[in-house]
Design a protein around this ligand. Structure first.
Ligand code: IMP
Ligand code: MG
Length: 176
């Protein structure tokens, strides 16, 4: 791999293990609910995490995807969220679980959560692979978090820098 990529923070085995724990936790939390659960993956960063978690969810659930961007390809969020792909499903009266790659500033999820709340779901929770608490600029927290990360620019296992490194089977960071 390019020398821009640092050492491994979380390897394939750790990621699979955490996805299993969280998939089992979600199963436990919703197994007695009489309402449908829908997972909404945020393209493109959440894709690997979402598939690994879903393999461990034993519920009759459905999935959908949204895509949004905060402009530009820099390593900092611009603060302006734009929806590039909207939901295809009706989420009214369903339990929504938003699946995201990372909560950094929280601007994206803060916006998405209130956007989805307008569709009158039964509930909304957030399942994020990573939490970068040091980056937070909004009052928002994920309900299910894979791992805490420090103030580094993370790549791999879905996360990109300028659309690259998403295919790494592990999580690393960029050397500046
Ligand atoms: P927010 O700052 O919480 O709104 O995060 C917005 C989006 O920026 C996330 O969904 C990621 O796609 C991306 N992002 C934030 N921090 C990182 C990072 O460390 N590596 C790669 N992408 C990131
Ligand atoms: Mg991204």
């Amino acid at each position: 791999m390019s020398n821009k990529v640092g050492t491994v923070l979380f390897d394939r085995k750790q990621l699979e293990e955490r996805a299993r724990e969280i998939g089992q936790q979600i199963t436990e939390d919703y197994k007695d609910s009489d309402k449908e659960v829908i997972f909404i993956g945020i393209l493109r960063g959440a894709v690997m995490w979402m598939t690994d978690v879903l393999k461990n969810v034993e519920l009759e659930c459905s999935i959908d995807f949204m895509a949004c961007s905060s402009y530009g390809s820099s390593t900092k969020s611009s603060g302006v969220v734009k929806i590039n792909k909207d939901l295809d499903s009706d989420i009214k009266d369903k339990h929504v679980i938003i699946v995201e790659d990372i909560v950094d500033s929280g601007i994206t999820l803060n916006y998405l959560k209130s956007y989805l709340a307008n569709h009158e779901p039964a509930s909304i929770r957030i399942c994020s692979l990573l939490n970068k608490a040091s980056g937070r600029r909004c009052d928002i927290e994920a309900d299910y978090v894979g791992f805490e990360v420090d103030d580094l620019f993370i790549v791999g296992y879905g996360l990109d820098y300028d659309q690259k490194y998403r295919n790494l089977p592990y999580i690393s960071y960029l050397n500046d």
